[in-house]
Design a protein around this ligand. Sequence first.
Ligand code: NZQ
Ligand code: ZN
Length: 392
Amino acid sequence: MEDFVYYTPTKVVFGRGSELQVGSLVAARGCKKVLIHYGGGSARRSGLLERIGRSLDEAGIAHVELGGVVPNPRLSLVYKGIELAKAEGVDFILAVGGGSVIDSAKAIGYGVANDFDVWELYDFKRKATGCLPIGAVLTIAAAGSEMSQSSVITNENGWIKRGYGSEYCRPAFAILNPELTMTLPPYQTSCGCTDILMHTMERYFNRTGSMELTDGIAEALMRTVIRNALILMEQPDNYEARAEVMWAGSLSHNGLTGCGTDGGDWATHKLEHELGGMFDVAHGAGLAAVWGSWARYVCDADPARFARFAVKVLDVSPAANDHETALAGIAAMEDFYRSIQMPTSLRELGIAPTEAQIEELAAKCAVAVKGTAGVVKPLKQADLAAIYRMAL
Ligand code: NZQ
Ligand code: ZN
């Protein structure tokens, strides 16, 4: 087992009606003025924003609003949020939404707390020295940003999607009410379940060797998400299934399933981020579209690990050798994705990159990973292009 630091400072308030505690949670931190940040309208339509405003009023907390965050959140709105937060003297940012809203809130928090162009963080030029405190009222179980140390922003100038991570941006609290996710379109529910699975799979496929407890937690989490994702296809209002998936989403990306490992592979995420930047696809769907191709490209570097995944997570019967079991597991995973209406190729994702675009995706990805992606089989630019081609 590798040495590790496990740091999860986020206070989790889980359950029905938990959003009504938002005022007292902000007040307990001694903050006085909140920027409420939200997306394209679902939080207003559901009445959530109104309930949150009332809770803040009751706690005597002033607030201003900035909506309009889109999936693959844009740098231009981050700049707008930084200006607004500075002009209004905001001392807390409350993200009401999913990963896109939380990530945009984190970027605004960095922009207020650091005296330089915030994009320089995402462009590897600077490191943050602070961030305004963030709180999250989560409306989609997916990205895990409500407990993670990362934020992913898309710069419209060149359509570059990049992540930046630091402990400063981990939310102070996360309000997780599974009922808030019941208004999600089924496609978004499935994208979310895919992303949750992938956050644990990226960590599970590593080169560390045996980690009994971490592997056991990861396998239980993945089986739980698969089982409940299937339930939600039939019963979108099933509270227990929503709750299992929501808690899995936070645990999947708060570091727990990576304790004692080398950190994991992450190549599938890097491949997807370029697709999100260039084609504006939903993150979870993009992951499902490329994962099988990544897995077939790298699995011979560690067939035993892929075979274990097949048997323990997908209930595949062991075949004659690890290689065969591994391939059966990859096929079973793709069957699962299809059963929750997720794509397993770029065409099914709705895009058909040209050869020139594939080269551009691979080149941008190689820059984002500083040369080599993943650890199972370290991938250079030519490998990344090959995987995009396999995924067509
Ligand atoms: O904008 P609204 O109207 O709210 O609609 C959103 C959006 O269209 C909708 N939605 C959310 N909650 C809803 C709802 N619709 C109805 N009812 C509700 N309760 O869902 C759509 C997707 O929302 P988004 O926030 O984009 O989803 P997600 O949480 O999947 O976030 C994706 C972003 O997070 C990044 C991804 O790259 C992507 O940009 N990631 C962030 C990570 C992190 N910070 O740790 C890690 C991840 O790997 C990921 O890269
Ligand atoms: Zn993700």
